[in-house]
Design a protein around this ligand. Structure first.
Ligand code: PMP
Length: 361
């Protein structure tokens, strides 16, 4: 029996219960094949059909145009921090990066190993509680692309808009908000996301890239880091993470059944709004993020009395509300409300927070 908890983990994170049930039912014998998906050759007919269906469903969900390749990779978002400069510099030596927090900084740190990076703007001075307005970005005309992070998982800062930068290819780390709302894929050169938040289990990384940006990889790039090789082989250049790919496919089907990304966006907005309202209505809890940039996915908050934090976590866990501890860089609490977090989980958290405040406030 799955324990009846609500898991607010930032990732790996909660998966839809129905998906886990289906995976369980199909674990030993997938569709009468007599095999588990884990046991299948990635080049066999069965797995090829699973892989193709997953890609088709993702294309439907995100309305991905035909001139974009969808790549199913490994190595997490961290590998993308290097693969992006190696593949997208296209003969240039410079790139633009926006700094909105800890994950932006990680991308910048790694990107600097390959290119001259220009940080177009930073919200470090505000302790990363806001997004610098587009009009203040100092763009470099020689940049090969601009990189930003659409949702900063640690401090809960999220874009609800897409920068308009003309022909400069936009590259976005959507690890923690992909599939949470509809986005216009054609506005981007490349979108990437580790799977372990809104897609499926860890081990799979998805890249959606405009075809014309491929094929000019930096000299010395390892084959495993060359997008072109995955694009030419249906992401089967080497053995892909087959089981994670299959589970991602089940999540895509589940999302389609929920009504797609429009429906998810409505639910996600409602879940986040009620938790922010509960935080803002009290002097006991606090969230420092500019209301225009507050994340629907990751909601950090602190207690007026930090000495009560451990007690909060312990008492929450006792009523089945788990993994609420904030990131070690910022402390406090963080509730991650990915697609698979049911609304009842958010309601239960809010009810617990009110009780806790009444007892200790
Ligand atoms: N970018 C963002 C926005 C993230 O939230 C994370 C993981 N928390 C990463 C990158 C790093 O992902 P990975 O561990 O898959 O490399």
């Amino acid at each position: 029996m799955k324990q009846p908890v609500f898991n607010f983990s930032p990732g790996p994170a909660v998966l839809p219960h129905a998906v886990l049930e289906q995976a369980k039912a199909e674990l030993l014998d997938w569709h009468g094949s007599g095999m588990s998906v884990m046991e299948m050759s990635h080049r066999g007919r069965e797995f090829m059909s699973i892989a193709a269906q997953a890609e088709a469903d993702l294309r439907t969900l995100m309305q991905i145009p035909q001139n974009y390749k969808v790549l199913f990779l490994q190595g997490g978002a961290h590998s993308q921090f290097a693969m992006i400069p190696m593949n997208l510099a296209r003969g240039k030596s410079q790139a633009d990066y926006l700094d909105t927090g800890d994950w932006s900084l990680k991308a910048i740190e790694e990107g600097r190993r390959y290119l001259d990076l220009n940080v177009v703007a930073s919200s470090a001075a505000s302790h990363y509680t806001t997004i610098p307005p587009l009009a203040t970005w100092q763009l470099n005309p020689a940049a090969a692309y601009l990189h930003y992070t659409s949702n900063e998982t640690i401090r809960g800062v999220e874009f609800d808009w897409i920068p308009e930068l003309g022909d400069l290819p936009l590259v976005v780390d959507m690890s923690s908000d992909i599939l949470s709302r509809p986005i216009e894929v054609s506005r981007f050169g490349l979108i990437y996301a580790g799977a372990q938040k809104n897609i499926g289990p860890a081990g799979l990384t998805i890249v959606i890239v405009r075809e014309d940006l491929l094929g000019q990889v930096m000299e010395g790039t390892p084959s495993m880091f060359n997008y072109q090789l995955y694009a030419e082989t249906e992401s089967m250049y080497n053995t892909p993470p087959t089981y994670a790919w299959y589970l991602a496919g089940l999540v895509f089907q589940w999302l389609l059944q929920q009504g797609g990304l429009e429906a998810m966006a409505q639910i996600n907005q409602r879940k986040a709004s009620k938790l922010y309202a509960a935080i803002d209505q009290s002097d006991f809890y606090h969230n420092p993020v500019d209301p225009d940039c507050r994340s629907w996915m990751n909601l950090p908050f602190t207690l007026a009395n930090p000495k009560l934090e451990q007690r909060f976590l312990d008492e929450a866990a006792q009523v089945g509300l788990v993994t609420l501890k904030g990131h070690r860089l910022v402390g406090g609490m963080r509730a991650s409300l990915y697609n698979a977090m049911p609304e009842e989980g958010v309601d239960a958290l809010i009810a617990f927070m009110r009780d806790f405040e009444a007892k200790h406030g």
